[in-house]
Design a binder for this molecule. Structure first.
Ligand code: ASP
Ligand code: MG
Length: 409
């Protein structure tokens, strides 16, 4: 007998019909003899509706009250799902985050889970009852309702799975797994049977928005196997698990990309100790995250050129800051470019194979795509290119690394 934690996202519980379909799915697991804890999101669109309601009164709304409001979406779903289960003769009980003591810190709208009380849930499971828990919410030590940030139900599910020592945490959503790349860009993209945590974190942070990153980090930390599945379509989904030594590793697991990039360059900065700090200190003080960084020797030998990328939303602010710094340090010029994108190859197989980078650069060169920046890590190679090459670049890499073929594992 296994213990499965299942999480159903907003579209999976988006209507009464969908909630009843979820009840049937849960009952199928019970019929198999396994125990189930279900975590649900608010019905699709509901959290956005609540956000808009609050903002029509105050923007920003008082954080404590905002969380009280946002947490109501999930409370609707837990009760409806429990009713649907009971109506089908399946014993079920719903709980808010506070009721099962999902203790968080007090950072409203982005709280972190500190502790979960597994006693009550285990007691219900022992009675053969399905436990339905509201995702995305918790309670702080003062008894205030908190929420975990958008998409936070994924994290609730993982936290419960870890606390309950579940066998698997299944995340039901509207896609049937993690793909080699976005199928809207490459129709031939394939569902991956399995991907390891490290790869998934790279894929997620680079824009494959299947799972909340925090949930993957959490699962990775505690080695909790995660499975992404569709609640609309039968299938095995994608298993996200610790790296498997026995498995033959695919060279490349997937191609991630981000359209939200911008590039800033400061030219002719006097080359002396502290320059990088001088540039990036004020940027980080403004809470702007810097991604790729390149520093080059200037042509004259006494100065240096410095390029880095930021999120496109931060571009204007970063440009202002850099222009001020340029004046202070007597740099020659500041340049910016908002029309860039980042494409990344991700795969643990890279660790043991040489030549991945050159295959990548050749594939891009063959299409006449100019690479503006390159960065590498142990399991990732990223390039920055002009935004007009995004689709072409991804497609050519997808083909160059044979991801179109059925052999992906
Ligand atoms: N309902 C929340 C949101 O829309 C949490 C979740 O769905 O994971 O962000
Ligand atoms: Mg979600």
């Amino acid at each position: 007998m296994a213990l499965i934690v299942q999480k159903y996202g907003g579209t999976s519980v988006g209507s009464v019909e969908r909630i009843c379909a979820v009840a049937e799915k849960v009952m199928a697991i019970r019929a198999r003899g396994d125990d189930v804890v279900v975590v649900v999101s608010a019905m699709s669109g509901e959290t956005n509706r609540l956000v808009a309601l609050a903002k029509s009164i105050a923007d920003p709304p008082k954080a404590r009250e905002f969380d009280v409001l946002l947490s109501t979406g999930e409370q609707v779903t837990i009760s409806l799902l429990s009713m649907a289960l009971e109506a089908r003769g399946c014993s079920a009980r719903s709980y808010t985050g506070a009721q099962v003591h999902i203790l968080t810190d007090s950072a409203h709208t982005k709280a972190r889970i500190l502790e979960v009380d597994d006693q009550r849930i285990h007691a219900d499971l022992a009675q053969g009852t399905v436990v339905v828990v509201a995702g995305f919410q918790g309670i702080d030590t003062e008894g205030n309702i908190t929420t975990l940030g958008r998409g936070g139900s994924d994290t609730t599910a993982v936290a419960l799975a870890v606390a309950l020592k579940a066998d698997e945490c299944q995340i039901y959503t509207d896609v049937d797994g993690v793909y080699t790349t976005d199928p809207r860009v490459v129709p031939e993209a394939l569902r991956l049977e399995q991907i390891c945590f490290e790869e998934m974190l790279e894929m997620a942070s680079l824009g494959s928005k299947v799972l909340q990153i925090r949930a993957v980090e959490f699962a990775s930390k505690y080695n909790m196997p995660l499975r992404v599945l569709s609640s609309f379509k039968e299938g095995p989904g994608t298993l996200i698990a610790p790296e498997d030594e026995t498995m033959e590793k695919a060279l490349i697991s997937g191609i991630a990309f981000s359209r939200d990039e911008a590039k800033l360059t400061i030219l002719g900065v006097p080359d002396k100790p502290g320059v990088a700090y001088m540039m990036l200190g004020p940027i980080s003080e403004a809470n702007i995250e810097v991604d790729m960084i390149i520093q080059n020797m200037g042509a004259d030998g006494n100065t240096t050129d410095f390029t880095f990328t930021v999120h496109r939303n931060d571009y204007k602010t970063a440009l202002d800051i850099l222009q001020n710094i340029a004046q202070e340090v007597g740099a020659r010029e500041v340049r910016g470019d908002e029309h860039i994108v980042k494409i990344s190859l991700v795969g643990v197989g890279m660790r043991s194979h040489a030549g991945i980078a050159s295959t990548m650069f050749k594939a891009l060169a063959d299409e006449g795509i100019n690479i503006q920046m390159i960065s590498t890590s142990e399991i990732k190679i990223s390039v920055v290119v002009h935004e007009k090459y995004l689709e072409l670049g991804i497609r050519s890499l997808h083909a160059a690394f044979d991801l179109n073929s059925e052999s992906v594992s």
